[in-house]
Design a binder for this molecule. Structure first.
Ligand SMILES: CC(C)(COP(=O)(O)OP(=O)(O)OC[C@H]1O[C@@H](n2cnc3c(N)ncnc32)[C@H](O)[C@@H]1O)[C@@H](O)C(=O)NCCC(=O)NCCS
Ligand SMILES: Nc1ncnc2c1ncn2[C@@H]1O[C@H](COP(=O)(O)OP(=O)(O)OP(=O)(O)O)[C@@H](O)[C@H]1O
Length: 198
């Protein structure tokens, strides 16, 4: 089945855009959500996270202490690489399991913040990069998550630049208040339906 990867840097709106594809009936796998899910369900992974970052990584009720882990990894590249190497293989497995059970769809999508950084774009037939100017992205995430400007920038600094991802991607969706998103989604949807028919 045709696999489309969709990504975008922090606050670009990749989740919002992916929801539009979902409304069109396309099954979408959300890698960020899957990461959060395996991190509280996969016992071997949880032990690995505790061993690497301490017991404080989890609250007593089993929930992930996201603020604590974020404060470590987004300030230290080595610690982030360690977290990524623990979590990403479990997310790749979750995607494969999810994809194997999808029936009757013209194509499927994988929404992932790190589609290019993690090399998972190589498993996709086509890729989409969602873009928006940095200042707008910062504003969106500060409003959505109550993050400081510095917190947004520390994550942005751990991602490839938008320019690099635009070069790597097959298609770009502009989500920056100058262009309407839905017509861009519809045009790509038509294209992917055409590709899946061949
Ligand atoms: C550190 C964690 C606990 C922080 O949780 P939090 O709820 O604050 O963030 P959330 O997961 O919703 O991500 C929000 C955004 O932060 C950025 N971000 C998240 N993880 C990473 C990462 N490993 N590298 C760079 N940026 C990242 C992305 O832009 C993402 O869309 C969480 O991000 C995490 O476990 N990350 C490691 C797993 C991962 O790589 N997930 C993303 C792709 S699978
Ligand atoms: N075109 C838009 N107009 C107004 N608000 C938008 C638009 N696109 C996204 N947003 C808002 O911006 C915020 C970030 O969008 P979204 O969560 O889709 O981005 P994301 O790329 O998935 O972010 P992250 O990388 O942080 O997970 C959300 O609160 C969303 O509602």
């Amino acid at each position: 089945m045709l696999k489309i990867g969709i990504t975008g840097n922090i606050g670009s709106g990749k989740t919002t855009v992916s929801r539009v594809f979902e409304i069109l009936g396309i099954p979408v796998f959300y890698a960020d959500d899957a990461a959060k899910s395996v991190m509280v369900k996969d016992a071997i992974l949880m032990d690995g996270i505790k061993a690497a970052f301490g017991q404080e990584s989890y609250f007593d009720n089993g929930m992930l202490n996201r603020r604590y882990i974020a404060s470590i990894v987004f300030n230290d590249e080595g610690q982030l690489a360690k977290l990524n190497s623990l979590v990403h293989p479990a997310v790749f497995r979750a995607f494969d399991e999810w994809a194997a059970q999808v029936k009757n769809a013209p194509y499927i999508m994988k929404e992932a913040a790190l589609l290019f950084e993690s090399d998972s774009y190589k498993m996709c037939d086509r890729t989409i990069m969602v873009t928006a100017p940095l200042e707008l992205r910062i504003k969106r995430v500060m409003r959505r998550d109550g993050f400081s400007r510095e917190e947004v920038l520390s994550r942005e600094a751990r991602q490839f630049t938008e320019e690099k991802k635009i070069e790597l991607a097959d298609f770009v969706i502009k989500n920056d208040d100058t262009e309407l998103v839905i017509p861009q989604v519809l045009a790509l949807h038509e294209k992917f339906i055409g590709l899946s028919a061949h």
